[in-house]
Design a protein around this ligand. Structure first.
Ligand SMILES: [Mg+2]
Length: 189
Protein backbone atom coordinates (compact mmCIF):
# COMPACT_ATOMS: atom_id res chain seq x y z
CA UNK A 1 0.00 0.00 0.00
CA UNK A 2 1.30 3.46 -0.87
CA UNK A 3 0.23 6.86 0.52
CA UNK A 4 -2.39 7.53 -2.16
CA UNK A 5 -4.04 4.18 -1.47
CA UNK A 6 -3.91 4.79 2.27
CA UNK A 7 -5.52 8.23 1.98
CA UNK A 8 -8.24 6.70 -0.17
CA UNK A 9 -8.85 4.07 2.46
CA UNK A 10 -9.23 6.53 5.35
CA UNK A 11 -11.02 9.36 3.51
CA UNK A 12 -14.38 8.66 5.14
CA UNK A 13 -12.88 9.21 8.59
CA UNK A 14 -11.00 12.30 7.54
CA UNK A 15 -14.02 14.05 6.02
CA UNK A 16 -15.78 14.22 9.38
CA UNK A 17 -12.88 15.81 11.26
CA UNK A 18 -10.58 18.81 11.14
CA UNK A 19 -7.53 17.78 9.13
CA UNK A 20 -4.15 19.44 8.82
CA UNK A 21 -2.32 17.87 5.90
CA UNK A 22 1.40 17.81 5.30
CA UNK A 23 2.99 19.88 2.55
CA UNK A 24 3.56 18.51 -0.94
CA UNK A 25 2.22 15.30 -2.39
CA UNK A 26 0.16 14.27 0.68
CA UNK A 27 -1.93 17.43 0.37
CA UNK A 28 -2.15 17.14 -3.41
CA UNK A 29 -3.31 13.55 -3.13
CA UNK A 30 -5.87 14.31 -0.44
CA UNK A 31 -7.22 17.20 -2.48
CA UNK A 32 -7.65 14.94 -5.50
CA UNK A 33 -9.27 12.12 -3.50
CA UNK A 34 -11.92 14.11 -1.70
CA UNK A 35 -11.44 17.83 -1.14
CA UNK A 36 -13.28 19.22 1.89
CA UNK A 37 -13.43 22.71 3.46
CA UNK A 38 -12.38 21.16 6.79
CA UNK A 39 -9.08 20.09 5.24
CA UNK A 40 -6.22 22.56 5.71
CA UNK A 41 -3.56 21.93 3.07
CA UNK A 42 -0.10 23.13 3.97
CA UNK A 43 1.63 24.91 1.10
CA UNK A 44 4.74 25.65 3.15
CA UNK A 45 6.19 25.13 6.64
CA UNK A 46 7.49 21.57 6.18
CA UNK A 47 7.58 19.76 9.51
CA UNK A 48 4.86 21.78 11.19
CA UNK A 49 1.70 19.74 10.54
CA UNK A 50 1.94 18.25 14.03
CA UNK A 51 2.46 21.68 15.57
CA UNK A 52 -0.40 23.34 13.70
CA UNK A 53 -2.77 20.48 14.51
CA UNK A 54 -1.78 20.49 18.16
CA UNK A 55 -2.47 24.20 18.48
CA UNK A 56 -5.78 23.81 16.69
CA UNK A 57 -6.88 20.94 18.94
CA UNK A 58 -6.11 23.02 22.03
CA UNK A 59 -8.49 25.72 20.81
CA UNK A 60 -11.28 23.51 19.41
CA UNK A 61 -13.56 20.80 20.72
CA UNK A 62 -13.79 18.98 17.39
CA UNK A 63 -11.49 16.07 16.65
CA UNK A 64 -8.28 17.16 14.93
CA UNK A 65 -6.10 14.89 12.81
CA UNK A 66 -2.63 15.98 11.74
CA UNK A 67 -1.42 14.02 8.74
CA UNK A 68 2.34 14.09 8.77
CA UNK A 69 5.19 12.22 7.14
CA UNK A 70 8.27 10.50 8.48
CA UNK A 71 10.61 13.02 6.86
CA UNK A 72 8.65 15.93 8.28
CA UNK A 73 8.47 14.50 11.79
CA UNK A 74 12.20 13.84 11.72
CA UNK A 75 12.83 17.54 11.13
CA UNK A 76 10.46 18.64 13.93
CA UNK A 77 10.76 16.00 16.65
CA UNK A 78 10.53 18.55 19.45
CA UNK A 79 6.78 18.87 18.96
CA UNK A 80 6.43 15.23 20.02
CA UNK A 81 7.49 16.28 23.53
CA UNK A 82 4.82 18.98 23.57
CA UNK A 83 2.27 16.46 22.35
CA UNK A 84 3.43 13.99 24.99
CA UNK A 85 2.82 16.50 27.75
CA UNK A 86 0.06 18.80 26.53
CA UNK A 87 -1.99 17.21 23.75
CA UNK A 88 -5.74 17.18 24.45
CA UNK A 89 -7.82 14.07 23.86
CA UNK A 90 -9.25 15.45 20.61
CA UNK A 91 -5.84 15.32 18.93
CA UNK A 92 -4.49 12.53 16.74
CA UNK A 93 -1.19 12.62 14.92
CA UNK A 94 -1.18 10.26 11.96
CA UNK A 95 2.34 9.77 10.66
CA UNK A 96 2.40 8.18 7.23
CA UNK A 97 5.78 6.50 7.36
CA UNK A 98 6.93 5.41 3.93
CA UNK A 99 10.62 5.62 4.80
CA UNK A 100 11.23 8.28 2.21
CA UNK A 101 11.03 11.96 1.35
CA UNK A 102 8.26 11.34 -1.15
CA UNK A 103 7.71 14.87 -2.37
CA UNK A 104 11.33 15.41 -3.32
CA UNK A 105 11.89 12.16 -5.19
CA UNK A 106 11.69 9.33 -2.68
CA UNK A 107 15.09 9.68 -1.06
CA UNK A 108 15.31 7.30 1.92
CA UNK A 109 14.79 8.67 5.43
CA UNK A 110 16.30 7.25 8.59
CA UNK A 111 13.07 5.45 9.47
CA UNK A 112 14.06 3.15 6.61
CA UNK A 113 17.26 2.43 8.56
CA UNK A 114 17.62 2.43 12.35
CA UNK A 115 15.24 5.14 13.57
CA UNK A 116 11.91 4.26 15.20
CA UNK A 117 9.33 7.04 15.40
CA UNK A 118 7.36 4.84 17.79
CA UNK A 119 10.26 4.72 20.23
CA UNK A 120 10.88 8.47 19.84
CA UNK A 121 7.21 9.29 20.51
CA UNK A 122 7.13 7.04 23.57
CA UNK A 123 10.34 8.60 24.83
CA UNK A 124 8.84 12.04 24.30
CA UNK A 125 6.02 11.16 26.67
CA UNK A 126 3.24 10.20 24.27
CA UNK A 127 1.16 7.49 25.95
CA UNK A 128 -0.99 6.08 23.15
CA UNK A 129 1.45 5.29 20.38
CA UNK A 130 0.36 2.80 17.76
CA UNK A 131 2.59 1.46 15.01
CA UNK A 132 0.63 -0.40 12.36
CA UNK A 133 0.70 -1.47 8.76
CA UNK A 134 -1.13 0.54 6.14
CA UNK A 135 -3.92 -2.03 6.01
CA UNK A 136 -4.51 -1.68 9.76
CA UNK A 137 -4.66 2.11 9.72
CA UNK A 138 -8.40 2.49 9.13
CA UNK A 139 -9.21 0.45 12.21
CA UNK A 140 -6.57 2.12 14.40
CA UNK A 141 -7.60 5.62 13.32
CA UNK A 142 -11.26 4.80 13.97
CA UNK A 143 -10.45 3.63 17.50
CA UNK A 144 -8.37 6.73 18.18
CA UNK A 145 -11.19 9.04 17.09
CA UNK A 146 -13.76 7.14 19.15
CA UNK A 147 -11.60 7.30 22.30
CA UNK A 148 -12.66 10.58 23.91
CA UNK A 149 -10.13 10.29 26.74
CA UNK A 150 -6.78 10.04 25.01
CA UNK A 151 -4.62 11.64 22.38
CA UNK A 152 -2.95 9.28 19.91
CA UNK A 153 0.11 9.02 17.75
CA UNK A 154 -0.37 6.52 14.94
CA UNK A 155 2.55 5.50 12.78
CA UNK A 156 1.32 3.86 9.61
CA UNK A 157 4.06 1.91 7.85
CA UNK A 158 3.51 1.87 4.10
CA UNK A 159 5.48 1.49 0.90
CA UNK A 160 7.15 4.47 -0.72
CA UNK A 161 6.04 5.64 -4.14
CA UNK A 162 4.09 8.48 -5.63
CA UNK A 163 1.30 8.87 -8.13
CA UNK A 164 1.41 11.52 -10.82
CA UNK A 165 -0.72 14.37 -9.58
CA UNK A 166 -1.44 18.04 -10.20
CA UNK A 167 -0.78 20.91 -7.78
CA UNK A 168 -3.70 22.12 -5.68
CA UNK A 169 -5.45 24.89 -7.67
CA UNK A 170 -6.50 26.82 -4.54
CA UNK A 171 -4.47 29.77 -3.34
CA UNK A 172 -3.34 29.96 0.31
CA UNK A 173 -5.87 32.67 1.21
CA UNK A 174 -8.76 30.53 -0.04
CA UNK A 175 -7.54 27.49 1.88
CA UNK A 176 -7.17 29.59 5.03
CA UNK A 177 -10.47 31.40 4.78
CA UNK A 178 -12.70 28.42 4.02
CA UNK A 179 -11.08 26.49 6.87
CA UNK A 180 -11.66 29.37 9.27
CA UNK A 181 -15.26 29.66 8.08
CA UNK A 182 -15.79 25.94 8.66
CA UNK A 183 -14.67 26.13 12.28
CA UNK A 184 -16.69 29.26 12.87
CA UNK A 185 -14.06 31.98 12.91
CA UNK A 186 -15.75 34.84 11.12
CA UNK A 187 -13.64 37.71 12.42
CA UNK A 188 -9.89 37.85 12.45
CA UNK A 189 -7.10 40.32 11.94
MG1 LIG B 1 7.76 9.99 3.88
Amino acid sequence: MNRFELLNKIQNILKDNLVICNIGLPSQELYKINDQPNFFYMLGSMGLSSSIGLGLSLSQTKQVISIDGDGSVLMNMNTLATIGNRAPSNYTLLIIDNGSYGSTGDQRTFTDENTSLKDIALGAGCKKVIECSGEETLNELSKAIEDKNNSYVIISKINSGNVKIDPIPLNPITIRDRFRKFIGIVKYL
